[in-house]
Design a protein around this ligand. Structure first.
Ligand code: GBH
Length: 422
């Protein structure tokens, strides 16, 4: 830890998302979302944060973090995804934000972390351009209600994951396997982002950014064909989600898969941001497509690194590589790592401490190379519902016993507390 020297005003935080922790699916008028009942293990009560939020804020106060990144559940705020706000849904976030602020912690609010109101999915979800307009209305409700307390705003979490896992391969809700026909969902999410940025600013929000998932893409070999495949996958996973926002254009090779008039929306999409939030977990391998593969690439696992219980290769330097590359390619606003973390079992979790330590050293190296990084958020405060993987992977600094909902801070919690207090 001694080597991890960060600026005095560096923002230390933790991240969560509504659906992964709240539970209380039918309470106070919350509508159904695409994730209710999706996947092999339903979320059910999750960590019951909806009722235990005060305990969880107390844990964060004890942890000593500067900021808390959470998300609002759209189906609590607008049960069917449109129309007037549900006052009881807003009241929960009102109580939560007051509690967070009273603890001296800055709330960072994500408007959308994947729990789309089911009614909107039935109308086409993110394949439907109109969902972006619905999102604009939703953003206006949250902006009016909470711009006085939320310090940093993030319209959408990881639109790449919605496009790829939700609509292209169907591992995540809504479970569509459209392959490259999923790409219009990227454009509609970008439009939703841009419309929300405008609405948030109009309501007085002074810090609006992103939480984009990015991965360095590594070719399986030095061959021309593998490198071309890696470039294509890089355009899909990184360029498609960063270029429109930061450069005001789409990667050339993806234009055939996007709505024909998408360029008209780029001025709304490319509004200047106050920060660029990056979620980093692991690099992605790519190789030239084999016989019969309709895609221009093939995914390859990254070999030669230790893995988490969720089978992610642990590659701390990928974070430095990614940030340095981004800073060279784009004129970035201040950067925040809005998520980074790992799944390991047990309350004694030296593996997580090692993971965080090494990723922070890589982050420090990126800063030494000139990248303007202002903060870092651990994914996650609590063990929680890990989407299609259910409750098996444990990402928390705090252990949750799902039988009793008892919270137990892990060794990594004590380690992070020490780090952020220096
Ligand atoms: C983040 O996604 C999410 O923002 C967060 O909600 C999540 O809990 C966290 O990572 C930890 O995973 O093998 O089909 O189950 C990171 C990107 C993309 C990583 C999908 C896991 C596995 C898909 N994620 N991937 S699957």
């Amino acid at each position: 830890m001694e080597n991890l020297i960060f600026p005095a005003d560096f923002v230390w935080g933790v991240s969560t998302s509504a659906f992964q922790i709240e539970g209380a699916p039918g309470e106070d008028g919350r509508g159904p979302s695409i994730w209710d009942g999706f996947g092999p293990e339903p979320a059910g009560d999750a960590t019951d944060h909806y009722h235990r939020y005060a305990d969880d804020v107390a844990l964060m106060a004890d942890l000593g973090v500067d900021a808390y990144r959470m998300s609002f559940a759209w189906p609590r705020v607008q049960p069917g995804g449109s129309g007037p706000a549900n006052p009881r849904g807003l009241a929960f976030y009102d109580r939560l934000l007051d509690e967070v602020c009273a603890a001296g912690i800055a709330p960072v609010g994500t408007l959308y972390h994947w729990d789309l109101p089911l009614e909107l999915e039935e109308a086409g979800g993110w394949l439907n351009r109109d969902t972006a307009s619905r999102f604009e209305d939703y953003a206006a409700i949250l902006a009016d209600a909470f711009a006085d307390r939320v310090k940093m705003w993030i319209p959408l979490n990881e639109p790449v994951v919605t496009t790829v896992y939700g609509y292209a391969i169907g591992e995540y809700a809504p479970g569509k396997a459209l392959l490259l026909d999923a790409l219009p969902t990227a454009h509609h999410q970008h439009l939703a982002h841009g419309l929300a940025v405008r609405v948030l600013r109009a309501a007085g929000a002074t810090s609006v950014g992103t939480a984009n998932h990015h991965s360095p893409v590594w070719p399986a070999s030095g061959s021309e064909a593998d490198r071309a495949a890696a470039d294509w996958l890089d355009a899909l996973l990184n360029g498609l989600f960063a270029d429109p926002v930061l450069l005001g254009r789409y990667p050339e090779e993806l234009l055939p898969y996007l709505p024909p008039d998408c360029a008209d929306d780029l001025p709304v999409i490319a509004q200047p941001l106050d920060f660029y939030g990056v979620n980093y977990y692991e690099p992605q391998g790519a190789a030239a497509p084999g016989e019969g593969n309709p895609l221009p690439f093939e995914l390859r696992p990254i070999e030669g690194f230790p893995r988490t219980t969720n089978h992610s290769p642990i590659v701390p330097d990928g974070l430095r590589e990614l940030l340095v590359r981004f800073a060279a390619r784009y004129e970035l606003p201040p950067v925040y790592v809005t998520e980074n973390g790992c799944s390991f079992d047990g309350v004694h979790d030296p593996e997580r401490i090692d993971f965080l330590e090494r990723h922070l050293a890589a982050l420090r190296a990126a800063m030494d190379a000139g990248v303007d990084v202002r903060g870092y958020f651990v994914w996650s405060l609590l063990d929680n519902f890990e989407w299609s993987k259910g409750y098996a992977p444990r990402f928390g600094l705090v252990h949750v016993d799902y039988e009793t909902q008892r919270r137990t801070p892990k060794d990594s919690f004590a380690w992070y507390r020490e780090l952020v207090s220096r």
